[in-house]
Design a binder for this molecule. Structure first.
Ligand SMILES: N[C@@H](CCC(=O)N[C@@H](CS)C(=O)NCC(=O)O)C(=O)O
Length: 241
């Protein structure tokens, strides 16, 4: 059994998709990032970075103590290694899958994440930051588009690299980018969206009430919520003994 610690966002959808694609048994442990319910010493033992997603596998490969894994890219690699699936068998394609996975967690995710912050959460008037991150998000989507014009999937066959990129590429509307500007990305998103595992994953973690809460154009946070998400409370949780 795998405990899947999550909040209903794109980084977490990656893990729900992989768990569903792989048919692994999992138990959902939900947090409220606006309320800061993950900012506890208990959760920091699972993820020293206090972010979601994280998993705890009670049946690890070494038959030892339960294994906690954090960082969505590391979790995807862990699940692929555990099952021997969702990573190409061929050596060269496997290198491709790893490269696109790391590209997503080091590039597409952080840049779109910053675009999301400055477009949706930051006080108005941050034009430089908005333009900088939107331009970078568009550049990265153009890189993805070029790759997907050469290949149906990022590593030639459907893999954890596609699963990592999908939630971001399918969620560009939130930052005001029309995915149809990138026709190969749009076609690839549509192809993935109709996979049964994607529907099951979305149904498992993206409840209707949460979608409204997390996808508002300009979320109006209370001072307490802002502090937990971006402010002193977030910092204090990391510094706490
Ligand atoms: N690089 C991390 C990013 C994780 C992350 O930023 N998660 C967000 C939700 S998408 C979160 O936990 N936010 C709450 C917080 O920052 O306190 C990963 O890929 O797992």
């Amino acid at each position: 059994m795998i405990d899947f610690h999550y909040v209903p966002t794109g980084n977490n959808l990656k893990i729900a998709i992989a768990l569903e694609e792989l048919g692994l048994a999992y138990r959902l442990v939900k947090y409220d990032m606006y309320a800061g319910t993950h900012l506890t010493p208990e959760f920091r033992k699972i993820n020293p970075n206090s972010k979601l997603p994280a998993i705890v596998d009670s049946e690890p490969a070494d038959a030892g103590a339960p294994m906690a894994v954090f960082e969505s890219g590391a979790i995807l690699l862990y699940l692929a290694e555990k099952t021997g699936k969702l990573l190409p068998a061929g050596w060269r394609s496997r290198q491709e899958a790893r490269q696109w996975l790391v590209w997503q967690v080091a590039g597409l995710g952080p840049m779109m994440g910053q675009a999301n912050h400055f477009v949706r959460y930051a006080p108005a008037g941050q034009d430089y930051a908005v333009e900088r991150y939107l331009r970078e998000a568009s550049r990265l989507l153009a890189v993805l588009d070029r790759r997907l014009r050469q290949s149906d999937y990022l590593a030639g066959e459907y893999s954890i690299a596609d699963i990592a990129c999908y939630p971001w590429a399918s969620g560009t509307r939130g930052i005001g980018i029309d995915v149809n500007e990138f026709s190969a990305v749009a076609a690839w998103v549509e192809g993935i969206r109709t996979r049964p595992a994607i529907e099951r994953a979305a149904a498992a973690i993206l409840e209707v009430a949460d979608r409204a809460k997390y996808t508002q154009a300009r979320p109006q946070l209370t001072p307490q919520e802002w502090s937990a998400l971006f402010g002193d409370r977030l910092l204090a949780a990391a510094k706490a003994p």
